[in-house]
Write a protein that binds this ligand. Structure first.
Ligand code: HEM
Length: 122
């Protein structure tokens, strides 16, 4: 296994931004969750910036996450497990589209799956 951080193996901030930009575009086309993003209060660029910070800091990058904690950010949305899986499906697709390796894809998915209880039905 490589010793370098997941952040470096993903390709750093530019690659993470590309993944997250694709991810939001996929969410907006995904019938299971698109309506959630139609009603978002924040602008796309702001949501993308926050998710880049979150993924960067969670994978060993220099970013600091400046957004709300996951429970506060999703409180009152009552997101279902099916919606959570739809988000992870889109994440896998965005990672694949950006040429991320299988090991790194699994690591990113596991990091995000671990947030389930902070996001679903809160
Ligand atoms: C691992 C899964 C997820 C992660 C890592 C994640 C991450 C985030 C982050 C970082 C924000 C911005 C927080 C802030 O405003 O300070 C956000 C906002 C948002 N999330 Fe999630 N999220 C996840 C799952 C979901 C799910 C399952 C849904 C519902 C389908 C969802 C819907 C939204 C919406 C609509 C916003 C925008 C809120 C607004 O600006 O009004 N997210 N998410």
């Amino acid at each position: 296994m490589s010793n370098s951080s997941l952040y470096d193996r993903l390709g750093g901030e530019d690659k993470i931004r590309s993944i997250v930009t694709d991810l939001l575009a996929l969410h907006k086309q995904n019938p299971a969750i698109s309506v959630r993003y139609d009603n978002a209060k924040k602008k796309d660029a702001e949501i993308i910036g926050l998710v880049v910070e979150l993924l960067g800091s969670a994978t060993g990058g220099p970013q600091q996450y400046t957004g709300m904690d996951m429970t506060t950010a999703h409180k009152g949305m009552n997101c279902s497990e099916a919606e959570f899986v739809a988000v992870l499906d889109d994440l896998l697709e965005a990672l694949t589209k950006n040429g991320i390796g299988e090991l790194e894809k699994a690591e990113v998915l596991a990091l995000n799956y671990a947030l389930k209880d902070e996001i679903v039905h809160v």
